[in-house]
Design a protein around this ligand. Structure first.
Ligand code: ADP
Ligand code: MG
Length: 294
Protein backbone atom coordinates (compact mmCIF):
# COMPACT_ATOMS: atom_id res chain seq x y z
CA UNK A 1 0.00 0.00 0.00
CA UNK A 2 1.07 3.52 -0.73
CA UNK A 3 -0.02 6.88 0.60
CA UNK A 4 0.45 10.33 -0.84
CA UNK A 5 0.25 12.76 2.04
CA UNK A 6 -0.26 16.41 1.18
CA UNK A 7 -0.02 18.89 4.04
CA UNK A 8 -0.85 22.59 4.19
CA UNK A 9 -0.03 23.30 0.57
CA UNK A 10 -0.40 26.93 -0.52
CA UNK A 11 0.37 28.69 -3.77
CA UNK A 12 -0.12 32.28 -4.90
CA UNK A 13 0.84 33.14 -8.48
CA UNK A 14 2.76 36.34 -9.19
CA UNK A 15 -0.46 37.95 -10.49
CA UNK A 16 -1.90 37.62 -6.97
CA UNK A 17 -4.25 34.67 -7.64
CA UNK A 18 -4.21 32.32 -4.69
CA UNK A 19 -4.61 28.96 -6.43
CA UNK A 20 -4.10 26.73 -3.36
CA UNK A 21 -5.09 27.63 0.19
CA UNK A 22 -3.74 25.35 2.87
CA UNK A 23 -4.60 22.15 1.01
CA UNK A 24 -4.26 18.91 2.97
CA UNK A 25 -5.17 15.54 1.49
CA UNK A 26 -4.36 11.89 2.04
CA UNK A 27 -4.46 9.90 -1.17
CA UNK A 28 -4.27 6.11 -0.77
CA UNK A 29 -3.61 3.37 -3.30
CA UNK A 30 -6.35 3.14 -5.92
CA UNK A 31 -8.30 5.59 -8.00
CA UNK A 32 -8.70 9.02 -6.41
CA UNK A 33 -11.01 11.63 -7.91
CA UNK A 34 -10.18 15.31 -7.54
CA UNK A 35 -13.40 17.05 -8.47
CA UNK A 36 -13.85 20.78 -8.84
CA UNK A 37 -15.04 23.53 -11.16
CA UNK A 38 -12.77 25.40 -13.55
CA UNK A 39 -10.28 27.55 -11.70
CA UNK A 40 -10.48 25.45 -8.52
CA UNK A 41 -6.74 24.81 -8.46
CA UNK A 42 -6.76 21.23 -9.72
CA UNK A 43 -4.05 21.69 -12.37
CA UNK A 44 -1.94 23.70 -9.95
CA UNK A 45 -2.12 20.83 -7.46
CA UNK A 46 -1.44 18.21 -10.17
CA UNK A 47 1.62 20.09 -11.48
CA UNK A 48 2.92 20.50 -7.94
CA UNK A 49 2.65 16.77 -7.22
CA UNK A 50 4.22 16.10 -10.62
CA UNK A 51 7.21 18.23 -9.50
CA UNK A 52 6.72 20.75 -12.30
CA UNK A 53 6.16 23.70 -10.00
CA UNK A 54 6.86 24.65 -6.42
CA UNK A 55 4.34 25.59 -3.76
CA UNK A 56 4.92 28.58 -1.46
CA UNK A 57 4.32 26.44 1.60
CA UNK A 58 3.47 22.90 2.59
CA UNK A 59 4.82 19.39 2.18
CA UNK A 60 4.08 16.33 0.09
CA UNK A 61 5.27 12.87 1.10
CA UNK A 62 4.90 9.64 -0.75
CA UNK A 63 4.98 6.64 1.52
CA UNK A 64 5.55 3.36 -0.27
CA UNK A 65 8.45 0.98 -0.61
CA UNK A 66 10.55 4.06 0.00
CA UNK A 67 9.68 7.39 1.55
CA UNK A 68 9.92 10.28 -0.88
CA UNK A 69 9.77 13.92 0.04
CA UNK A 70 8.12 14.99 -3.20
CA UNK A 71 9.01 18.67 -3.35
CA UNK A 72 12.70 18.08 -2.59
CA UNK A 73 13.34 14.71 -4.22
CA UNK A 74 12.07 15.52 -7.69
CA UNK A 75 14.15 12.93 -9.48
CA UNK A 76 12.91 10.17 -7.19
CA UNK A 77 9.33 11.18 -7.96
CA UNK A 78 9.94 11.32 -11.70
CA UNK A 79 11.20 7.73 -11.68
CA UNK A 80 7.84 6.46 -10.48
CA UNK A 81 5.53 9.05 -12.03
CA UNK A 82 3.26 8.89 -15.06
CA UNK A 83 1.64 12.21 -15.96
CA UNK A 84 -0.96 13.20 -18.51
CA UNK A 85 -1.19 16.99 -18.42
CA UNK A 86 -4.40 18.86 -19.19
CA UNK A 87 -2.86 20.34 -22.33
CA UNK A 88 -1.17 17.35 -23.86
CA UNK A 89 0.36 18.38 -27.17
CA UNK A 90 1.55 15.74 -29.63
CA UNK A 91 3.69 16.21 -32.69
CA UNK A 92 1.16 15.86 -35.51
CA UNK A 93 3.52 14.49 -38.15
CA UNK A 94 4.88 11.49 -36.34
CA UNK A 95 3.27 8.10 -35.86
CA UNK A 96 1.94 6.93 -32.51
CA UNK A 97 4.45 4.11 -32.48
CA UNK A 98 7.43 6.33 -33.25
CA UNK A 99 6.53 8.94 -30.64
CA UNK A 100 5.84 6.36 -27.96
CA UNK A 101 9.19 4.77 -28.77
CA UNK A 102 10.81 8.19 -28.43
CA UNK A 103 9.16 8.77 -25.02
CA UNK A 104 10.34 5.31 -23.99
CA UNK A 105 13.92 6.28 -24.81
CA UNK A 106 13.50 9.40 -22.68
CA UNK A 107 12.17 7.23 -19.85
CA UNK A 108 15.48 5.37 -19.97
CA UNK A 109 14.30 2.15 -21.60
CA UNK A 110 17.44 1.79 -23.65
CA UNK A 111 17.30 -1.85 -24.76
CA UNK A 112 15.82 -1.80 -28.25
CA UNK A 113 14.11 -5.19 -28.09
CA UNK A 114 12.67 -4.57 -24.64
CA UNK A 115 11.47 -1.16 -25.77
CA UNK A 116 9.72 -2.58 -28.83
CA UNK A 117 7.87 -5.07 -26.63
CA UNK A 118 6.82 -2.43 -24.11
CA UNK A 119 5.67 0.01 -26.80
CA UNK A 120 3.68 -2.71 -28.56
CA UNK A 121 2.03 -3.86 -25.36
CA UNK A 122 0.98 -0.31 -24.48
CA UNK A 123 -0.42 0.28 -27.95
CA UNK A 124 -2.47 -2.90 -27.58
CA UNK A 125 -3.62 -1.96 -24.07
CA UNK A 126 -4.80 1.47 -25.20
CA UNK A 127 -6.48 0.01 -28.28
CA UNK A 128 -4.24 1.95 -30.65
CA UNK A 129 -2.29 -0.94 -32.12
CA UNK A 130 -4.15 -0.94 -35.41
CA UNK A 131 -3.51 2.79 -35.82
CA UNK A 132 0.07 2.71 -34.61
CA UNK A 133 1.53 3.81 -37.93
CA UNK A 134 -0.86 6.69 -38.44
CA UNK A 135 0.31 10.22 -37.73
CA UNK A 136 -0.94 11.61 -34.45
CA UNK A 137 -2.33 14.61 -36.29
CA UNK A 138 -5.01 12.32 -37.77
CA UNK A 139 -6.11 10.99 -34.35
CA UNK A 140 -9.50 11.80 -32.78
CA UNK A 141 -9.62 13.44 -29.35
CA UNK A 142 -10.23 10.09 -27.71
CA UNK A 143 -7.35 8.43 -29.53
CA UNK A 144 -5.02 11.28 -28.52
CA UNK A 145 -6.03 10.88 -24.88
CA UNK A 146 -5.49 7.12 -25.05
CA UNK A 147 -2.07 7.84 -26.50
CA UNK A 148 -1.55 10.18 -23.56
CA UNK A 149 -2.28 7.31 -21.20
CA UNK A 150 0.07 5.03 -23.11
CA UNK A 151 2.96 7.48 -22.60
CA UNK A 152 1.97 7.98 -18.95
CA UNK A 153 2.18 4.21 -18.38
CA UNK A 154 5.75 3.91 -19.69
CA UNK A 155 8.07 2.55 -17.06
CA UNK A 156 5.20 1.04 -15.03
CA UNK A 157 4.75 4.07 -12.74
CA UNK A 158 3.46 3.73 -9.19
CA UNK A 159 1.94 7.20 -9.21
CA UNK A 160 -0.21 8.29 -12.13
CA UNK A 161 -1.72 11.74 -12.54
CA UNK A 162 -4.29 12.46 -15.23
CA UNK A 163 -5.54 16.03 -15.43
CA UNK A 164 -9.01 16.52 -16.97
CA UNK A 165 -8.51 13.68 -19.45
CA UNK A 166 -12.15 13.38 -20.55
CA UNK A 167 -12.87 17.06 -21.24
CA UNK A 168 -13.84 17.42 -24.87
CA UNK A 169 -14.40 13.71 -25.52
CA UNK A 170 -17.71 12.51 -26.94
CA UNK A 171 -19.69 10.08 -24.73
CA UNK A 172 -18.46 6.91 -26.46
CA UNK A 173 -14.84 8.02 -26.34
CA UNK A 174 -15.25 9.08 -22.73
CA UNK A 175 -16.56 5.66 -21.80
CA UNK A 176 -13.73 3.89 -23.56
CA UNK A 177 -11.24 6.15 -21.82
CA UNK A 178 -12.76 5.60 -18.36
CA UNK A 179 -12.72 1.83 -18.90
CA UNK A 180 -9.05 2.05 -19.73
CA UNK A 181 -8.40 4.05 -16.55
CA UNK A 182 -10.33 1.51 -14.48
CA UNK A 183 -7.95 -1.21 -15.65
CA UNK A 184 -4.80 0.59 -14.58
CA UNK A 185 -6.06 1.65 -11.15
CA UNK A 186 -4.87 -1.31 -9.13
CA UNK A 187 -1.75 -1.43 -7.00
CA UNK A 188 -0.89 2.17 -7.62
CA UNK A 189 -2.11 5.64 -6.92
CA UNK A 190 -4.08 7.14 -9.78
CA UNK A 191 -5.23 10.73 -9.36
CA UNK A 192 -7.94 11.76 -11.77
CA UNK A 193 -8.70 15.45 -11.82
CA UNK A 194 -11.98 16.41 -13.44
CA UNK A 195 -14.91 18.81 -13.41
CA UNK A 196 -17.22 15.98 -14.55
CA UNK A 197 -19.03 14.32 -11.66
CA UNK A 198 -19.76 11.16 -13.64
CA UNK A 199 -16.05 10.46 -14.16
CA UNK A 200 -15.65 10.21 -10.40
CA UNK A 201 -18.84 8.28 -9.65
CA UNK A 202 -17.97 5.63 -12.20
CA UNK A 203 -14.40 5.07 -11.13
CA UNK A 204 -13.16 6.41 -7.85
CA UNK A 205 -13.23 4.78 -4.43
CA UNK A 206 -12.00 7.96 -2.77
CA UNK A 207 -12.44 11.57 -3.72
CA UNK A 208 -12.08 15.19 -2.76
CA UNK A 209 -14.03 18.24 -3.80
CA UNK A 210 -11.97 21.37 -4.32
CA UNK A 211 -13.09 24.91 -5.12
CA UNK A 212 -11.29 28.27 -5.07
CA UNK A 213 -8.11 26.58 -3.91
CA UNK A 214 -9.69 24.92 -0.88
CA UNK A 215 -10.56 21.31 -0.14
CA UNK A 216 -14.25 21.31 0.79
CA UNK A 217 -14.78 17.60 1.31
CA UNK A 218 -12.78 14.38 1.31
CA UNK A 219 -14.88 11.24 1.24
CA UNK A 220 -15.83 7.90 -0.19
CA UNK A 221 -18.42 8.71 -2.87
CA UNK A 222 -20.82 6.00 -1.64
CA UNK A 223 -20.74 7.24 1.95
CA UNK A 224 -21.19 10.88 0.98
CA UNK A 225 -24.23 9.93 -1.10
CA UNK A 226 -25.67 7.90 1.80
CA UNK A 227 -25.45 10.93 4.05
CA UNK A 228 -27.86 12.75 1.77
CA UNK A 229 -30.46 9.99 1.90
CA UNK A 230 -33.91 11.46 2.53
CA UNK A 231 -32.69 15.03 2.17
CA UNK A 232 -32.91 15.67 -1.57
CA UNK A 233 -36.23 16.81 -2.99
CA UNK A 234 -37.21 17.34 -6.57
CA UNK A 235 -39.74 19.49 -8.32
CA UNK A 236 -40.50 20.54 -11.86
CA UNK A 237 -41.03 24.29 -12.05
CA UNK A 238 -41.54 26.99 -14.67
CA UNK A 239 -38.44 28.90 -15.71
CA UNK A 240 -39.74 32.20 -14.37
CA UNK A 241 -40.30 30.67 -10.90
CA UNK A 242 -36.61 29.95 -10.43
CA UNK A 243 -35.87 33.16 -8.55
CA UNK A 244 -38.66 32.55 -6.02
CA UNK A 245 -37.47 29.02 -5.37
CA UNK A 246 -33.89 30.15 -4.90
CA UNK A 247 -35.09 32.68 -2.34
CA UNK A 248 -37.25 30.23 -0.41
CA UNK A 249 -35.40 26.93 -0.60
CA UNK A 250 -31.88 25.55 -0.67
CA UNK A 251 -31.80 24.89 -4.41
CA UNK A 252 -28.66 22.88 -5.03
CA UNK A 253 -29.09 22.35 -8.76
CA UNK A 254 -31.38 22.92 -11.67
CA UNK A 255 -31.41 20.97 -14.90
CA UNK A 256 -33.40 21.24 -18.07
CA UNK A 257 -35.18 18.09 -19.12
CA UNK A 258 -37.37 18.04 -22.23
CA UNK A 259 -37.67 21.82 -21.98
CA UNK A 260 -38.75 21.83 -18.32
CA UNK A 261 -36.77 22.96 -15.32
CA UNK A 262 -36.18 20.37 -12.62
CA UNK A 263 -34.75 21.58 -9.35
CA UNK A 264 -33.12 19.65 -6.54
CA UNK A 265 -33.60 21.10 -3.08
CA UNK A 266 -31.71 20.17 0.08
CA UNK A 267 -33.95 19.88 3.10
CA UNK A 268 -34.10 17.71 6.24
CA UNK A 269 -37.88 17.40 5.76
CA UNK A 270 -40.22 17.52 2.81
CA UNK A 271 -40.38 21.25 1.90
CA UNK A 272 -44.04 20.94 0.92
CA UNK A 273 -46.36 18.38 -0.65
CA UNK A 274 -45.40 19.45 -4.16
CA UNK A 275 -41.87 18.11 -3.76
CA UNK A 276 -40.97 14.47 -4.25
CA UNK A 277 -38.07 12.73 -2.61
CA UNK A 278 -35.31 11.45 -4.88
CA UNK A 279 -32.47 9.01 -4.39
CA UNK A 280 -29.39 11.22 -4.06
CA UNK A 281 -26.42 10.83 -6.35
CA UNK A 282 -22.92 12.24 -6.50
CA UNK A 283 -24.11 15.36 -8.34
CA UNK A 284 -26.22 16.17 -5.29
CA UNK A 285 -23.15 15.71 -3.09
CA UNK A 286 -21.07 17.92 -5.37
CA UNK A 287 -23.55 20.76 -5.78
CA UNK A 288 -24.63 20.83 -2.15
CA UNK A 289 -20.97 20.91 -1.08
CA UNK A 290 -20.18 23.78 -3.46
CA UNK A 291 -23.27 25.66 -2.30
CA UNK A 292 -22.39 25.30 1.37
CA UNK A 293 -18.99 26.84 0.67
CA UNK A 294 -20.29 29.70 -1.46
P1 ADP B 1 -8.21 24.21 -12.49
O1 ADP B 1 -7.23 23.26 -13.07
O2 ADP B 1 -9.01 23.63 -11.36
O3 ADP B 1 -9.09 24.83 -13.53
P2 ADP B 1 -5.91 25.94 -12.11
O4 ADP B 1 -4.96 25.33 -11.16
O5 ADP B 1 -5.59 25.85 -13.55
O6 ADP B 1 -7.38 25.41 -11.80
O7 ADP B 1 -6.06 27.48 -11.78
C1 ADP B 1 -6.37 27.95 -10.46
C2 ADP B 1 -6.32 29.47 -10.47
O8 ADP B 1 -5.00 29.89 -10.70
C3 ADP B 1 -7.14 30.10 -11.59
O9 ADP B 1 -7.70 31.30 -11.11
C4 ADP B 1 -6.13 30.36 -12.68
O10 ADP B 1 -6.52 31.44 -13.48
C5 ADP B 1 -4.90 30.68 -11.87
N1 ADP B 1 -3.66 30.28 -12.56
C6 ADP B 1 -3.34 29.05 -13.01
N2 ADP B 1 -2.11 29.01 -13.55
C7 ADP B 1 -1.62 30.27 -13.44
C8 ADP B 1 -0.37 30.89 -13.80
N3 ADP B 1 0.61 30.19 -14.37
N4 ADP B 1 -0.24 32.21 -13.53
C9 ADP B 1 -1.23 32.90 -12.93
N5 ADP B 1 -2.41 32.38 -12.56
C10 ADP B 1 -2.61 31.09 -12.81
MG1 MG C 1 -7.10 22.43 -14.91
Amino acid sequence: MMLLSIKNLSKTYTNGVQALKDVSLNIPTGMFGLLGPNGAGKSTLMRTIATLQEPDAGTIHLFGEQRIEVIREKNEVRKILGYLPQEFGVYPKISAEALLDHFAVLKGISNRKERKEIVEALLVQTNLYENRQKNLGTFSGGMKQRFGIAQALLGNPKLIIVDEPTAGLDPAERNRFLNLLAEIGENRIVILSTHIVEDVSNLCSQMAIIAKGEVLLTCEPIKAIEELNGKIWQKTIAKNEMKDYRNNFTVISSTLFAGETIIHVFSENQPDASFEQVVPDLEDVYFSTLLKAA
